[in-house]
Design a protein around this ligand. Sequence first.
Ligand SMILES: Nc1ncnc2c1ncn2[C@@H]1O[C@H](COP(=O)(O)OP(=O)(O)O)[C@@H](O)[C@H]1O
Ligand SMILES: [Mg+2]
Length: 323
Amino acid sequence: MSECLLEVKNLTKRFPIKGGLFGREVASVKAVNDVSFKINKGETLGLVGESGCGKTTLGRSLLRLIEPTAGEVIFNGQDITKFNATQMREMRRKIQIIFQDPFASLNPRMTVGGIISEPMEIHNLAVGKDARQKRLYELIDQVQLPKDALNKYPHEFSGGQRQRICIARALAVEPEFIVCDEPVSALDVSVQAQVVNLLMDLQKDLGLTYLFIAHDLKVVEFISDRVAVMYLGNMVEVAKSSEIYGNAKHPYTKALFSAIPTPNPEVVVDRIILEGDIPSPMNPPSGCHFHPRCWKATDKCRQTYPELTHISENHKFKCHNPL
Ligand SMILES: Nc1ncnc2c1ncn2[C@@H]1O[C@H](COP(=O)(O)OP(=O)(O)O)[C@@H](O)[C@H]1O
Ligand SMILES: [Mg+2]
């Protein structure tokens, strides 16, 4: 029986848009809307959806790098949105994040050794010169970088190696949970697989739990146990990755995954081309937000937002007119 590590309940984030002479709130971007889900220990939950649908906002809200407007983030049984600064500092050891651009998140004036040491200093880990050095070698070995990497600077490395440095820095504090925000999207395709494989090996060895945000649906399907699909701030479907491709219930999920090219030319896939642009999250459409682009939309879809339907504990969706 798997144990729940993270439970997110009704998480909402609105970014106020200020304007006018007095800087009053004139509108707001509903970046994440009433999102709920669970992640079990050792599991990878993939998170997909078109650009701007709220994936990064959701991921950062889990660490409170962005303060949620409402909702709960329950980690190991405690709601961390209620934590004060001291409690939150301790919690940051348990929850780490890896960003898309491994260059922007590394200080160019620090050596790799310095970069990976920094979080250990903050959290008082591996104290003393020998212990620190031993731990640095261990980390650099875990992410498969050469030992002499510790004395070099970020610009001396390739994109894939820089992402390994970021992974080592995240691992330095012995986290339980890592938000991976498009960690391979900026890398060459040949390097992507190596970094994804590394993340999967580390997960096995260290018992890590991931929220894996990605653009590339093939990568997500490969690395994830379950996949969650977001549309305009809402989580519209969650299913096992083995089911999300062939057994999607939400038309948006179906459309998203029908765009994946298949390696076998004899398999004919009905491509679904979505019409129209993604609507603005400042002013989302009435009812089901997807209805203006949906080929199955009815009057009900235009009027009321669909409730969550459970097919099983692992497969849920929000649609009035499922496939
Ligand atoms: N700091 C901010 N202020 C205002 N709007 C923001 C801010 N950050 C993100 N947004 C908006 O929130 C929505 C979701 O953005 P984001 O979470 O970055 O999406 P994704 O990662 O899926 O591309 C977008 O419409 C974006 O423009
Ligand atoms: Mg993003």
